[in-house]
Design a protein around this ligand. Structure first.
Ligand SMILES: NC(=O)c1ccc[n+]([C@@H]2O[C@H](COP(=O)([O-])OP(=O)(O)OC[C@H]3O[C@@H](n4cnc5c(N)ncnc54)[C@H](O)[C@@H]3O)[C@@H](O)[C@H]2O)c1
Length: 290
C-alpha cells in the first residue's frame, strides 16, 4: 500500500502517547479512531486532546490554529472500546499500549484478525522487538515500528523501524506518512533494542547518573558540562527528570535484558529513586526540585 492510499488510521491504546499520536494524525486531516479498554480512559484521553498541555485549546490560545480548525480536528476523531470496530476499516493501525511484549503480541494478533488484509500495522514501542510483534500476525511484511517521541504533537522525530520481514514498500509508506504528519522520519534498518535515539540517549543519561552517584560532580555541574561543552539544549539529568525516572528505568532495563551490555544496566541510585517515588518533573522531585 502506498502512502496516498492511507485514508483511515486506528490508534490502539489511548494513553500518553496514543492521545498525542491521535491528535497529530487528526491535525494532518486524517480520519482517526482510537481504542482503549474502558469508557473512562477514552474520556480522559479526549480531555487530554482538548485541554491538555499540548492539546487543541492551547494551540488555539497560542494562535497556532483557529477555533474552527480545532473543532474540525476533533470531528475527525472517534473513540471506541471495541477493538474489531476500531480497526475494521483501517488502512494503518498504530499500536500504543503499555511496554510489554506479551501484551503487544496479543494486541497484534487481535488487530491482524479484524483489520483489512491491506492494512499496515505499526508499533510505537520504544525498545521492544518489531519482529516479535510481527510474528503474532499473518502479515509480517506489513508490520513496522513507528516510534514517536513524547509529546507526539511537538517532537519532530519519528523512527521508522524495519523488522526482519518488513517489506521495502511498508517502510516507504510509513516514512511517507510520518512526513505527511509534519515529522522528520529516520529509517532504522535493523530491529535492535532501543533503535537509534534511545540507544545513544539512554546510556548518556545513565552515565550522568553514575557520575552523580559517585559524587564526581553536582547535578547542576554535570548538566552544565553537557550544555556548555557539547551544546546539548538540556543536561542529561534535567532530561532524565523530564522523561520520568520510572520511564527511563523501564527503558534501560528493557534494553539491558535484551543486550546484556553493562552500559544499559541501570545504576542502583536510579532504582532507589524510583522506589522512593522520585520520578522527576511529574512529581516535582527528581535530580532537581521543581
Ligand atoms: N511515554 C513516553 O515517553 C513514550 C515515548 C515513546 C514511546 N512510548 C511507548 O508508547 C507506548 C505507550 O506508552 P504510554 O506512555 O502512552 O503508556 P500509557 O500507560 O500512558 O498508555 C497505554 C494505554 O494503553 C491502554 N491499553 C492497555 N491494553 C490495551 C489494549 N489491549 N487495547 C487498547 N488499549 C490498551 C491502557 O489502558 C493505557 O491507556 C509504549 O510502548 C511506550 O514504550 C512511550
Amino acid at each position: 500500500m502506498k502512502v496516498e492510499d492511507i485514508k483511515k488510521v486506528s490508534v490502539i491504546g489511548f494513553g500518553t502517547m496514543g492521545t498525542g499520536i491521535t491528535q497529530t494524525i487528526a491535525q494532518a486531516a486524517y480520519e482517526v479512531i482510537a481504542r482503549d479498554i474502558t469508557d473512562d480512559l477514552l474520556k480522559r484521553g479526549l480531555e487530554m486532546i482538548k485541554t491538555g498541555p499540548f492539546g487543541l485549546e492551547k494551540a488555539v490560545q497560542k494562535g497556532k490554529i483557529t477555533k474552527e480548525q480545532a473543532d474540525a480536528v476533533l470531528s475527525r476523531i472517534r473513540v471506541t472500546t471495541d477493538l474489531a470496530e476500531a480497526v475494521k476499516d483501517a488502512d494503518l493501525v498504530i499500536e500504543a499500549v503499555f511496554e510489554n511484549l506479551d501484551a503487544k503480541k496479543k494486541v497484534f494478533l487481535e488487530i491482524d484478525k479484524s483489520a483489512p488484509r491491506h492494512a499496515i500495522i505499526v508499533s510505537n514501542t520504544s525498545t521492544l522487538s518489531i519482529t516479535a510483534m510481527a510474528s503474532a500476525t499473518s502479515r509480517p511484511e506489513k508490520v513496522a515500528g513507528m516510534h514517536f517521541f513524547n509529546p507526539a504533537q511537538v517532537m519532530k522525530l519519528v523512527e521508522v523501524i524495519r523488522g526482519v520481514l518488513t517489506s521495502d514498500e511498508t517502510v516507504e509508506t510509513v516514512r511517507g506518512l510520518a512526513e505527511r504528519l509534519g515529522k522528520t522520519p529516520i529509517v532504522v534498518n535493523r530491529d535492535i533494542p532501543g533503535f537509534v535515539a534511545n540507544r545513544i540517549g539512554v546510556p548518556g543519561m545513565l552515565e550522568a547518573i553514575r557520575l552523580y552517584e559517585e559524587n564526581v560532580a553536582s547535578a547542576r555541574d554535570i548538566d552544565n558540562a553537557m550544555k556548555l561543552g557539547y551544546n546539548w539544549p538540556m543536561g542529561p539529568l534535567e532530561l532524565a527528570d523530564l522523561v520520568g525516572l520510572d520511564v527511563l528505568l523501564d527503558t534501560a532495563e528493557s534494553i539491558y535484558m535484551e543486550t546484556r551490555e553493562p552500559k544499559y544496566n541501570p545504576p542502583v541510585i536510579l532504582k532507589q529513586m524510583v522506589r522512593a517515588g522520585l520520578f522527576g518533573r511529574k512529581v516535582k522531585k527528581g535530580f532537581y526540585t521543581y
